[in-house]
Design a protein around this ligand. Structure first.
Ligand SMILES: Cc1cc2nc3c(=O)[nH]c(=O)nc-3n(C[C@H](O)[C@H](O)[C@H](O)COP(=O)(O)OP(=O)(O)OC[C@H]3O[C@@H](n4cnc5c(N)ncnc54)[C@H](O)[C@@H]3O)c2cc1C
Length: 133
C-alpha cells in the first residue's frame, strides 16, 4: 500500500462486485485492503467459468489485474471472513478501517425440489466447475 493520507477501506470478497468497488475506491483516493476467501480474485467470473474458456477468462483476468496493480490496493487471497474463518467481522471492525465493504456474492446450491436431486453422484453445476478450476 502507498503511504499517503486518505480513507482506508477493507473490501471483503474479490468477485466482480468487490473488484469494481475496489477500483472505484482507489480511483477516489482510498487505500484498499481486499480480502478474499478464494485464492484467486474474480469470484464466479474466475471459478464459475469453465477452465477452457481462455478468451473470456483472459479478458476478465487482465481487467481485474489492472485494478489490483494499483499501488493503493493490497490483495490477500485465502482469507475467509466470518465466524469459521481466521478473521471475524468483529475483529475486522476493531482494526480502525474507515469503512468496510462486504461483497461476498450469493454462491450456493439451489435445489428445484425434483426427485433424486440430492442422491450421491448428483452434482451441482457450479460445484463441478469450481472443482475443475
Ligand atoms: C456458470 C456461470 C456463468 C455466468 N455467466 C455470466 C455471464 O455470462 N455474464 C454475467 O454478467 N454474469 C454471469 N454469471 C454471473 C456472474 O458470475 C455473477 O453475477 C458475479 O460473479 C457476481 O459477482 P459478485 O462479486 O457479487 O459475487 P461472486 O462472483 O460470487 O464473488 C464473491 C467473492 O467473495 C468471496 N467470498 C465469499 N465469502 C467470503 C467470505 N466469507 N470472506 C471473504 N471472501 C468471501 C469469494 O471468494 C468470491 O471471490 C455467471 C455465473 C455462473 C456461475
Amino acid at each position: 500500500m502507498v503511504d499517503e493520507p486518505g480513507h482506508v477501506v477493507a473490501v471483503v470478497g474479490a468477485g466482480p462486485a468487490g473488484l469494481f468497488a475496489t477500483r472505484a475506491l482507489a480511483a477516489a483516493g482510498c487505500r484498499v485492503l481486499l480480502l478474499n476467501r478464494d485464492i484467486k480474485p474474480g469470484g464466479l467470473a474466475e471459478y464459475g467459468i469453465f477452465l477452457d474458456k481462455y478468451k473470456m477468462k483472459g479478458g476478465l483476468r487482465r481487467q481485474f489485474q489492472k485494478f489490483l496493480s494499483d499501488p493503493r490496493v493490497t490483495y490477500l487471497g485465502h482469507v475467509p471472513v466470518g465466524p469459521d474463518g481466521p478473521l471475524t467481522v468483529t475483529q475486522l471492525q476493531t482494526f480502525g478501517f474507515d469503512a468496510l465493504v462486504f461483497a461476498i456474492g450469493a454462491q450456493g446450491t439451489k435445489y428445484l425440489g425434483v426427485e433424486g436431486e440430492r442422491l450421491p453422484g448428483v452434482y451441482h453445476a457450479k460445484d463441478l466447475v469450481y472443482h475443475y478450476n
